[in-house]
Design a binder for this molecule. Structure first.
Ligand SMILES: [Zn+2]
Length: 298
């Protein structure tokens, strides 16, 4: 039978139901609305809250309790006190620096005039020191006092010689170092007092040394309100002790003098330490010492 011989239908693909597009657009719309809408809603909410809470209204002055007001007043007072303390410290530092500069300048000027004073009264002992250094030149040069010279004067400018007003049955020897003639050593002695002359001369030369090295310390002591009378005997002892400890003069030479060496264990700088012990501040002012509180430095 030919009935079985049916033409084969052309092969076709089966058409299936159309695939639903993925709900991407809708989801995107939802995400966009969430991404934009929620923040907008949130912002609107915040705005509404701020509006309701009066954030945009004119501010009322804060109502403080008495305790709060008191604390603010205390704080203001404390700050004012701090400013006053800062002013005081600043002024103290400026004063200290001015005094320091002044003391440096005065010490530089303390060398005295180069010219020699005229002799008022001739020295009874003559115009030459006993020994082999008749003008003291070799000794003065050896200690650096090259501009200093001896004047043989028994007049009133020689503050250490009492021969003109003393008792006639004594012989005197005396010398003087004066700030107004810092390049001059005054010397005078009576005949018969020659043995005392050299130790007195060295003592006076030590005063020149003190003036060279410690004049600034005395000015700073003066600024600290320390009267010269408070350390005059130590100043004298310091000169004699330098002669003893550094230049080998026998300590016995000064025992009966007006300036005995009474500083046991004398050392260079002893006199400035003594002035410090009296309250003088001999160091250049350090600004950090005038700080109210330690600063924090990186
Ligand atoms: Zn003296």
């Amino acid at each position: 039978m030919d009935d079985d011989l049916q033409p084969i239908a052309p092969f076709t693909f089966e058409l299936t139901a159309p695939v639903e597009p993925p709900p991407r657009k809708r989801r995107t719309a939802l995400i966009v609305s969430l991404a934009v809408g929620v923040p907008l809603l949130a912002a609107a909410g915040v705005f509404a809250f701020l509006l309701l809470s009066g954030a945009f209204a004119d501010r009322e002055p804060p109502q403080l309790t008495a305790t709060q007001a008191g604390r603010i007043q205390d704080e203001v007072a404390e700050r004012e006190d701090l400013l006053a303390q800062l002013d005081d410290k600043r002024s103290e530092f400026r004063t200290a620096m001015l005094q320091w500069d002044q003391s440096v300048s005065w010490a530089e000027d303390a060398h005295g005039p180069a010219d020699q004073p005229t002799v008022a009264v001739a020295n009874p002992g003559g115009d030459a020191l006993p020994g082999d250094d008749p003008t003291g030149r070799a000794f003065l040069d050896s200690i650096g006092a090259t501009d200093v010279s001896v004047v043989f004067d028994a007049g009133p400018d020689n503050c250490g010689y009492y021969g003109n007003g003393g008792q006639s049955d004594f012989v005197y020897a005396g010398g003087c170092f004066r700030g107004d003639y810092a390049n001059t050593l005054y010397m005078a002695w009576d005949s018969g007092a020659e043995d005392l002359v050299w130790s007195i001369f060295v003592h006076e030369a030590m005063h020149w040394f003190q003036a060279e090295k410690y004049a600034q310390a005395t000015y700073l002591a003066d600024f600290a309100g320390i009267d010269e009378a408070a350390y005059d005997d130590k100043w004298e002892a310091d000169a004699s002790c330098r002669a003893v400890y550094v230049y080998g003069i026998s300590i016995d030479e000064y025992v009966d003098s007006s300036s005995p060496c009474t500083i046991d264990g004398w050392y260079e700088g002893w006199i400035s330490d003594y002035l410090t012990s009296l309250g003088a501040d001999l160091a250049e002012p350090d600004p950090t010492a005038y700080e109210l509180a330690e600063t924090s430095r990186p």
